[in-house]
Design a protein around this ligand. Structure first.
Ligand code: FE2
Length: 312
């Protein structure tokens, strides 16, 4: 059967994508940000997922304000990079996994989550920036991707609890897929930031770090956080963090935090990143353990909380 082995959360700041595209990653300002993802790329290269599910939000690229689905699952065979005003990013076309995506759609919709099925969609920085941060800048992305777009741009977005429960349903769907696939799920967006209005530029590191702590240890506490608390503490765009709860809901209750990175700012946003592994992966995979499982364990041992990089 397929199984979700780990979850990754990462900010998806558009300026990070621009820094990559304009070859500015070695500049001191950006080096501070990109250095925090070096171990993550190493972890991903050793984990070698067969499929990635990337939970992100579209920024009026694929969906205009004329129609904004709350949850939209990408079931197409490929997803080209969107033109966000400066031409499409020079990144590979994202290849989908239509079979697993259709299976997830059936399972999750029959579990009463009303996903929108999307058979043609371009993907913007919300998806491609975290891909770069975890996979680098290859000529082709190393695994198929199933995009899950969540509405966090038009009120009302889904609650954190709804996102968490959707993650649970996605996990159930993945585990009922017969092919033996290793799946990593991404939650993207955040952390604290506000891009307009009197509080533009807001960053709340104390809130962000507590959020990261709870994401690992007490995600159910986060599921009870109302939208207003996100907006008050983390800024209007901080609501993107509800998407991290889809990722967290798809994991075990108890997980191993194998890496964390936090720095401020990147553009006008706090950058947060965490890697969580399912503890029972070894046991569950026991009889069918793949050749790569021991490598994942070693990667986890090397990348520990001691590697946490704290923001100023
Ligand atoms: Fe965003």
């Amino acid at each position: 059967m397929a199984r979700i082995i780990a979850g990754v959360a990462s900010s998806h700041v558009p300026a990070i994508g621009a820094a990559i595209d304009n070859k500015q990653t070695g500049e001191p300002y950006w080096q501070r940000v990109f250095s925090g993802f070096e171990k993550s790329k190493q972890w991903m290269a050793e984990t070698k997922p067969d499929v990635a599910i990337v939970v992100y939000n579209d920024h009026a690229s694929a969906f205009s304000v004329e129609f904004v689905p709350t949850f939209a699952l990408g079931c197409a065979g490929e997803f080209p990079p969107a033109d966000e005003g400066w031409g499409p990013r020079p990144v590979p076309v994202v290849k989908g996994h239509p079979e697993l995506a259709a299976h997830i759609a059936q399972s999750v919709i029959l579990d009463e989550f009303d996903l929108t099925i999307v058979n043609k969609m371009e993907v913007d920085h919300g998806l491609t920036v975290p891909m770069n941060l975890l996979f680098g800048s290859p000529k082709e992305w190393p695994c198929p991707v199933i995009p899950l777009a969540v509405n966090v741009v038009l009120y009302p977005p889904p609650t954190g609890h709804r996102c968490y429960m959707l993650g649970r349903a996605i996990r159930k769907a993945v585990e009922s897929y017969p092919e033996d696939l290793k799946v990593v799920i991404f939650g993207t967006g955040g952390m604290s930031h506000q891009i307009s209005g009197p509080r533009a530029g807001l960053i709340n590191s104390k809130f962000d770090k507590a959020y990261l702590d709870n994401l690992t240890k007490d995600p159910k506490k986060l599921t009870r956080m109302p939208h207003l608390e996100y907006m008050r503490e983390a800024g209007a765009e901080g609501i993107e963090m509800v998407m991290w709860l889809v990722m967290r809901g798809a994991l075990d209750d108890k997980v191993d935090e194998v890496y964390r990175f936090y720095t401020v700012p990147a553009s006008n946003t706090a950058v947060g990143h965490i890697i969580l592994e399912n503890r029972k992966r070894g046991k569950a995979a026991g009889k069918r353990r793949t050749k790569s499982a021991p490598r994942i364990k070693r990667a986890a041992a090397r990348v520990t909380n001691r590697d946490v990089v704290r923001g100023k």
